[in-house]
Design a binder for this molecule. Structure first.
Ligand code: HEC
Length: 133
């Protein structure tokens, strides 16, 4: 393979990787968003099972996406890679609050669970502020 072709192939592979990462980030964020909307509806409707179900689904999705620091560094926009540690803290907050939702719904402590939901929302926003500022 000539050098030019090799460079071309490398550039194409890198572009495709960047595209795949961007696509999967957007796709996963939209999923997270949809779980947040469903969870809010569950709290407003007073549907305990739905609240627990969506909280756990959200956590599964969040863990898959945020569980890997290297992946997260690659997903963050250019120049924001150094924010990965703070970003990881946001995702840990999500995990902690899902645990709170599970525990407090078992004992029907609605207010505690609802506050945990709001703390998750804050964690989403904290990370977005961090990467968009
Ligand atoms: C670790 C950091 C981080 C956390 C935590 C996080 N996000 Fe995001 N989110 C991003 C990045 C990076 C983008 C893409 C860049 C942008 O939109 O500024 C994004 C984009 C989005 C988008 C726009 C998707 C699009 O392109 O249409 C939505 C919706 C979204 N996030 C929802 C959420 C929700 C809901 C949560 C909490 C459950 C959350 N995010 C938590 C980093 C994060």
């Amino acid at each position: 393979m000539s050098k030019k072709v090799l460079i071309g192939v490398t550039a194409l592979t890198l572009t495709m990787n960047a595209f795949a990462i961007e696509y999967s980030l957007k796709d996963n964020m939209l999923k997270l968003n949809s779980y947040m909307i469903q969870m809010q509806a569950a709290f407003i409707e007073g549907d305990k099972d739905k609240a627990v179900r969506t909280a756990n689904a959200l956590n599964g999705e969040a863990k898959m996406l945020f569980g890997d620091e290297k992946l997260m560094a690659a997903l963050l926009p250019k120049g924001k890679e150094n924010k990965v540690r703070i970003a990881m803290m946001s995702s840990r907050t999500i995990d902690d609050n899902v645990i709170i939702i599970n525990a407090s719904m078992n004992t029907a402590h609605w207010e505690t669970a609802q506050n945990a939901y709001l703390d998750i929302q804050k964690a989403c926003m904290r990370c977005h502020t961090l990467i968009r500022d």
